[in-house]
Write a protein that binds this ligand. Structure first.
Ligand code: NOJ
Length: 879
């Protein structure tokens, strides 16, 4: 009891210091053992894992936990082999939108695009198609889905890898993606846990190189406990509930404790409260320590190295062996690390998948050559040393299928959001879809090919042409890129429409641009913005965008075209929210499309929407503001060695902030038009089960499992076997000699709160996968009818929002929060019923004092409609 009170007081304290640079993350030890919650879906896998791990020596267990080092294997991450058992190490590969660093793969549209589709089936199909390509390349662990960044900052570099600025949307998309990936026998990876909301200063040293010499530590994302649970951790709970095998901890600090050695986040939140059974790996180079990280709950370090990529000085590997041998880390901890890894392996069926590619990975992340160095990392961090043996590294296996092509195209189409579609003049119909046009002019750099090619290095950090995706590790090589100019041209050729184009940056007045713009029946003007991972930049956009304006002078191109012709369509291709204010109300700009990155079929998908072959059905997965000041800025100035990023908005993410402060956005979250007209009616809310105001006591924990042989192993057994042929800079689990295995555990400065006593009770919020099982029980069902009253077949997204009780004695909550969505396709005149189920967690708030979810008494409003602001139907329920 005292412990609980103490824990609560710590959080009240933490809540009070919210917004302060001294944000604090309380300690939580020991690291919970896996397999203690009741979750049948893991039982068989755990049994197999325990059998497997039970036969391993210490060095073999260590070898499962440690990457072999940067560029020491074919994949971006590789763990060691267990030759005695004929067990090959794991191949870990990016990423969330396709197989990175290879060829004959599909370049799928990224997370933000499938998020904009609001189509759960498509989310599953996309993940499945991507996972199948990974499997056929020989990948065991696919480094996605990404639900962090959650989308706090409009200009953040990697928001396009995730699904949109709402925890519910991210949670559903993440969970469905986990199922899509793991059903194919590939382990999914939920990343980045948590608070990786900007690229600036995500890793201190990376930014020194960019002129921020004072940064020594990573940025600290300072998040209050309520927002942490209701916003940032929320999607991870869904993915754990869906059985995700692995989680990637983030580069940044969370409340001034590094993401991969933060005992509160890893031990308490992920493993205790959310009952996570699988393993936690570090982001690449995010493991900052040995003992501290291991005790805090890190199970695998990637890519294995120490302070610098390729340094051969892992914090784990031989150091983990040493920690166990000298008693600093209990052996049950390394047993648990290995068990968690193998449990994921068996649960997902990687043993079966490997039978389909018995020769292991058939590609090579470091070049597309047939033959190359097998261990290029042997050359050392600067690559100057002897790289050793060469061999066949790339088999160039074509993993593209009709299914992956179809899925990539479906996502590209369904992601497109029609923002504006007015009549081009009073008595005519809307400008889109294009009809009766004989002359089209296409403008803007974003319409055509990039002069640097589709796969410019590094990792697509270039943007002088059509946007297929952002840049960084979340990007793949494109087999081709359908540009809008090319796709529209093909269409025009087929239909005998004349097409002119000008993609100059700043066309001279009175020149060709003006001529074309005046002459055409309609102008289509393209603009883009791009962003990516912090290790690369383009035009001084250091991962994060400098602002939310269109690039390449596009605003002025758009305004110029609008001044010369009354029929203009603007197509905005962007990784995130864009400022449209310079021209959005211009009477000559009748139609605007927002297209999130479309992958390899970007141009074709846009063309289908422009010409009406496809009726647009995408919805904005974030708010587009009128005023940039309403977005949360990137912390881009260094105020201390560890820059502090105080998440002052708390739970008021994206539309929650705009609604709560009565700020009129330009286009709200969930907004999007169609060529057809849809109408909602007949809202019905029924109780399935009376919601309890507090969580029931969770199921008790199963007894901890300890291995029979868990006595201190003989140090001699961990020494390099004689005659062992070492590869330079490779991370091995062996120690050189037993001479320094003599220190006693008392010499280690254990962190505050360190304990080795396992708990027999879990927290009230825990006890099941994703949290207390009651949270995932349906309490209300909601249904409404929707009718297509227009003349064109089309899909529509029904959105359910919940307004919690608001008043003096209630928790502050946003007016509305997304708690359901469903996409339906209807022929003209057709109607259907959409159904949603509200789970207990969908009406709960996180109470920092009781450290639990509670349901408040009062009036809840259930809204069903077409966007976060256009909620046609509403009904209240009393709890
Ligand atoms: C760093 C990125 O943050 C992560 O998302 C990626 O999976 C790894 N690098 C491996 O490339």
């Amino acid at each position: 009891m005292r412990v609980l009170i103490l824990g609560s007081l710590l959080w009240v304290f933490a809540a009070l210091v919210l917004g302060q640079d001294d944000a604090y993350s309380p300690p939580y030890y020991p690291s919970p053992l896996t397999g203690r919650i009741k979750d049948e879906s893991w039982d068989e896998a755990l049994e197999k894992a325990r059998k497997f791990v039970g036969q391993l020596s210490l060095v073999e267990k260590v070898n499962l936990t440690t990457g072999v080092g940067w560029m020491q294997g074919p994949c971006v991450g590789n763990t060691g082999d267990l030759p005695r058992l004929g067990f090959d190490g794991f191949c870990l590969q990016d990423g969330p939108l396709g197989v990175r660093n290879t060829d004959f793969n599909t370049a799928f549209p990224p997370g933000i695009s499938v998020g904009a589709s609001f189509n759960k089936t498509l989310m599953y199909e996309r993940a499945k198609a991507i996972a199948l390509e990974h499997k056929h390349k020989g990948v065991d662990i696919m480094l996605g889905p990404c639900t962090g960044p959650i989308g706090l900052k409009a200009a953040a570099g990697r928001i396009w890898e995730a699904f949109g600025a709402d925890p519910y949307l991210q949670g559903i998309a993440g969970a469905v993606s986990v199922e899509g990936i793991q059903d194919q026998g590939v382990i999914a990876n939920a990343k980045h846990f948590i608070g990786n909301e900007q690229e600036h200063f995500r890793i201190g040293p990376e930014w020194k190189g960019l002129g921020f010499d004072n940064v020594t530590d990573s940025v600290s994302s300072n998040i209050d406990d309520r927002a942490l649970h209701e916003i940032y951790v929320w999607p991870f709970a869904d993915m754990i509930q869906a059985g995700v095998g692995s989680i990637m901890c983030s580069y940044n600090q969370i409340n001034n404790s590094y993401g991969c050695q933060n005992s509160y986040m890893l031990n308490k939140v992920a493993k205790e409260e959310l009952g996570f059974t699988g393993f936690i790996m570090s982001d690449w180079g995010a493991d900052m320590s040995g003992v501290a990280a291991v005790l805090a709950g890190l199970d695998m370090n990637m890519p294995g190295d120490g302070a610098a990529y390729g340094d051969g000085a892992s914090y784990l590997g031989k150091n983990l062996t040493t920690m166990v041998l000298n008693g600093t880390v209990p052996e049950w901890r390394v047993d648990d690390m290995a068990t968690r890894i193998m449990a994921a392996y068996y649960r997902v069926g990687v043993d079966q998948s490997r039978k389909e590619h018995p020769d292991g990975p058939n590609f090579y992340s470091w070049s597309l050559n047939d033959t190359d160095y097998i261990h290029p990392g042997a050359g050392g961090p600067d690559g100057s040393g002897d790289k050793g043996e060469m061999g066949l590294v790339n088999k160039h296996v074509n993993v593209q299928t009709k299914y992956s092509r179809q899925t990539a195209m479906d996502v590209a189409r369904e992601a497109i959001v029609l923002l504006k579609n007015d009549q081009s003049d009073k008595n005519s119909s809307t400008l889109l879809p294009l009809k009766n046009v004989n002359k089209i002019s296409v403008f803007g750099i974003a319409a055509g090919p990039d002069p640097a090619g589709v796969n410019c290095a590094p990792d697509l950090a270039c943007s002088n042409g059509a946007l297929g995706g952002g840049w960084g590790s979340g990007q793949v090589n494109f087999p081709f890129l359908s540009t809008p100019l090319e796709a529209i041209s093909q269409r025009c050729i087929k239909e005998g429409i004349s097409i002119l184009s000008n993609t100059e940056y700043d066309p001279a007045p009175g020149g060709q641009f003006d001529l074309y713009a005046r002459y055409s029946d309609v102008n289509i003007i393209f603009g883009l913005t791009d962003s990516g991972e912090g290790f690369a930049s383009t035009d001084d956009n250091l991962g994060d965008r400098k602002n939310t304006s269109l690039w390449h002078n596009a605003d002025s191109t758009i305004k110029k075209a609008a001044s010369l012709n009354k029929n203009n369509v603007v197509v905005v291709s962007s990784v995130g929210p864009v400022n449209l204010e310079q021209w959005i109300e211009h009477p000559n700009i009748s139609a605007v499309l927002f297209t999130p990155p479309g992958g390899q079929y970007a141009g074709e998908a846009i063309t289908e929407v422009l010409f009406g072959d496809y009726n647009p059905s995408g919805r904005l997965p974030f708010t587009i503001a009128k005023n940039d000041d309403d977005y949360v800025p990137i912390v881009d100035q260094v105020t201390s060695p560890a820059p502090q990023d105080n998440f002052d908005r708390g739970i008021y993410l994206d539309y929650r902030y705009f609604d709560n402060n009565n700020i009129e956005p330009r286009y709200e979250f969930g907004y999007g038009l169609s060529y057809s007209k849809f109408k909602f009616g007949n809202l019905k809310v029924s109780e399935i089960q009376k919601p309890s105001l507090t969580l029931p006591k969770p199921p008790s924990l199963k007894p901890p499992h300890f291995y029979q042989n868990s006595s201190k192993p003989d140090p001699e057994s961990a020494v390099f076997p004689s005659g062992f042929n070492k590869i330079p800079y490779f991370e091995y689990p062996y120690i050189d000699s037993t001479s320094n295995i003599n220190s006693s555990s008392s010499q280690y400065p254990y962190p505050k709160g360190y304990s080795t006593t396992h708990r027999n009770e879990t927290t009230v919020a825990g006890g099941g996968p994703g949290g207390n099982p009651a949270l995932f029980k349906d309490v209300y069902s909601v249904q409404a009818t929707i009718k297509n009253e227009g003349t064109q077949q089309g899909s529509y997204v029904a959105q359910l929002y919940v307004g919690y009780p608001r008043g003096n004695d209630t928790f502050d909550t946003p007016p509305k929060q997304l708690r359901g969505f469903d996409k339906v396709n209807l022929a003209p005149g057709q109607s259907t019923t959409v159904k949603f189920n509200l789970r207990l967690r969908d009406i709960s708030v996180w109470d920092v004092v009781s450290q639990s979810w509670i349901v408040q008494k009062g009036k809840y409003t259930i809204y069903v409609g077409s966007s976060s602001r256009n909620t046609e139907l509403k009904q209240t329920i009393d709890i």
